[in-house]
Write a protein of this length. Structure first.
Length: 138
């Protein structure tokens, strides 16, 4: 009976543990793991089609190992909406960031913010403060 009670208690904690994985928007710094990807996408002026005259734009992404949620901040004008099931983030990297890690598993630290403009390709973006190859097993 004690084992059954323990199982029920642990199962009851599962939603709490999952909600604890919900990250916060800037200024809180976070660490995420995934694959660093570079894509060529349509840029200005229309962000619709390179074939129809939009400039090709190199856009950097982090494809996450597992989906995250980011809790909205009701006091923020721009980061007020909670985002769930986020599997890919657009990365805003410092000028001169080495591209040697493209297509590799990485650990990225930075702050999260909401996508608001045409050039923002995902609902959540990350301003990168640091990136290194992730040598741990997935």
């Amino acid at each position: 009976m004690k084992h059954l009670l323990l199982v029920v208690v642990l199962l009851g904690l599962t939603p709490t543990l999952a909600s604890a994985r919900c990250l916060k928007f800037e200024p809180v710094s976070v660490l995420l793991k995934g694959v660093f990807v570079s894509k060529s996408l349509p840029g200005p002026p229309g962000y619709l089609s390179i074939a129809k005259g939009d400039f090709a734009e190199r856009v950097l992404f982090l494809q996450l190992d597992e989906p995250i949620c980011v809790k909205g901040n009701h006091e923020s004008t721009f980061n007020s909406r909670t985002q769930t099931g986020v599997k890919e983030l657009q990365l805003v990297v410092p000028l001169g960031q080495s591209m040697v890690l493209v297509d590799k598993r990485v650990r990225v630290t930075g702050t999260l913010f909401s996508g608001l403009m045409k050039g923002h390709r995902t609902k959540v973006l990350m301003t990168v403060k640091g990136m290194s190859e992730d040598l741990t097993k997935q």
